[in-house]
Design a protein around this ligand. Structure first.
Ligand SMILES: Cc1cc2nc3c(=O)[nH]c(=O)nc-3n(C[C@H](O)[C@H](O)[C@H](O)COP(=O)(O)OP(=O)(O)OC[C@H]3O[C@@H](n4cnc5c(N)ncnc54)[C@H](O)[C@@H]3O)c2cc1C
Length: 443
């Protein structure tokens, strides 16, 4: 990277939120820098291998995320309705395929510059605005980047926190966060030795989980693992040749304390090896092997930046509507017990989705920062829902669109961009929106 550069929009973090934001902004003909700390783009959905394409449909099966998410996961839009019937195919993705899709979409946008291996370590603010950020490469080279609007797509709110934004972390009563997980993939099993060999269906994968849980509980009885989970959670790869185990659980991982992340990766990897050994006791898995262990600890939760509105569990569960909606989410509240006791899912009430207001993407006290990843303004419980890729992709697309509109209109504050205008542009690109539209002509 040049030592000093300037872009219209600077996106920090190249996970699903950052990538969708960068694409949305560049498609509106603004110059975008996408900075990523790791050597490769993709974030959690690629490097922590998460597998399930969580529901993005209302109770009648209508997609409530029809934007860039659809370009990422076209296969999920051809299936029937996401009803979880025993015979229905489990909507999953292969993380290597997703990474190729990200790369193809980003490469197709000449106005996006992607820089990997660059960690943002500092910000300079003036009068409530970030004017400059500093990024450091693996070799220790520091560069300075200026921009009009900065997007926090770091998942953990690192950028906003560096800019002095207020934040919360963990659940209200004790500050504890959801468990972290090291996922891993096993291949080489023999489905014909399973009670239900059709593992790519909901019926088949549920049956497989039960069969494997027997061996896992035996391992626990023998004292062979510290994994606190009560049962095995796994998903099929789309080709049915691999199984992704999302079934280790590490407590007390806090991404603002890097030493807990390192220790969590070590503990999670040990749990993965222990679980794989137990799985191999099942005759269908006698010849199976671990094909890969995710290179990055899957961290579910970090800072939640306080924005102009804090989205609550009540808003989600009661399917609340907001005048300034810019995204929607249909996924249940899904809290992986911070103490390790498994996951608790609570469904969104009728019609099966809630609105995410623009105010939750605007960091309180900052004029040119938009939250573009799971770090938007919400409670611990609300976060457990919109943190999934269907939610975060819609958030990223909305944030990128808002940032581009702010630049086009030379807005002094991202709050000057109306949600009705953001929605107008989003729906023109195919995204699902609800509420009044305000026409806008760009250039
Ligand atoms: C174990 C696990 C299982 C999950 N299962 C599912 C599932 O089945 N389906 C689903 O939809 N969702 C699932 N999720 C949730 C979902 O994957 C994530 O919440 C979502 O991908 C987060 O996207 P993001 O863009 O907010 O953050 P990320 O994808 O984490 O991206 C943030 C990026 O910012 C970069 N970054 C951070 N700080 C800096 C910095 N200072 N400078 C530069 N770059 C920086 C990081 O390196 C990272 O690449 C799961 C999560 C976990 C952990």
């Amino acid at each position: 990277m040049e030592r000093e550069t300037r872009y219209d929009i600077v996106v920090v973090g190249a996970g699903v939120g950052g990538i969708c934001a960068a694409l949305a902004a560049a498609r509106l003909r603004r110059s975008v820098l996408l900075l990523e700390e790791r050597e490769e783009i993709g974030g959690t959905g690629v490097h922590s291998a998460v597998s399930l394409i969580c529901t993005f449909r209302d109770k009648d099966g209508r997609p409530i995320n029809n934007g860039i998410h659809r370009e990422l996961f076209p296969q999920a839009y051809t299936s029937r309705r996401g009803l979880f019937d025993a015979e229905e195919i489990v909507p999953t993705y292969d993380e290597r395929e997703l990474k190729r899709t990200y790369e193809a979409l980003l490469t197709a946008e000449p106005l996006i510059t992607v820089r990997t291996g660059r960690k943002v370590t500092g910000v300079v603010t003036e009068a409530g605005k970030i004017v400059r950020i500093a990024a450091v490469s693996g070799e220790g080279e520091t560069s300075s980047v200026e921009g009009d609007v900065f997007l926090d797509a770091t998942a953990d709110g690192h950028l906003s926190a560096m800019a002095g934004a207020e934040f919360h972390i963990g659940r209200e009563e004790d500050g504890k966060l959801q468990t972290a997980t090291v996922t891993f993939k096993m291949t080489g099993f023999d489905p014909s030795k399973l009670l239900n060999p059709r593992i790519t269906t909901w019926g088949g994968i549920r049956s497989l989980r039960q069969e494997l849980t027997v061996h896992y509980l035996q391992l626990k009885d023998e004292g062979g693992t510290r994994n606190p989970r009560p049962s095995v959670l796994c998903f099929p790869y789309p080709d049915g040749q691999g199984i992704l185990f999302n079934s280790t659980a590490v407590t007390d991982v806090d991404p603002t304390r890097p030493e807990t992340v390192d220790a969590g990766m070590k503990e999670g990897t040990e749990q993965a090896l222990q679980l794989a050994a137990a799985v191999k006791r099942h005759p269908a898995f006698a010849e199976a092997e671990i094909e890969c262990i995710a290179p990055k600890l899957g961290v579910r939760e970090g800072r939640r930046i306080v924005g102009d509105y804090v989205l609550t569990a009540d808003d989600c569960l009661h399917a609340r509507r907001f005048d300034d909606m810019v995204a929607a989410c249909a996924y249940s509240l899904d809290i992986h017990d911070p103490l390790g006791g498994g996951a608790k899912l609570v469904k969104i009430g009728d019609p099966g989705y809630y609105h995410i207001p623009y105010r939750s993407l605007v960091a309180k006290g900052l004029k040119n920062v938009l939250l573009s990843s799971r770090c938007i303004s919400g409670t611990h419980e609300a976060h457990s829902s919109y943190r999934v890729m269907s939610g975060v992709s819609a958030i990223g697309e909305a944030a990128g669109t808002a940032a581009a509109l702010a630049v086009w209109s030379k807005a002094d504050d991202v709050r000057d961009v109306s949600a009705a205008r953001i929605r107008y542009v989003l729906q023109a690109g195919g995204q699902f929106v609800e509420g009044e539209l305000e026409r806008v002509t760009l250039g």
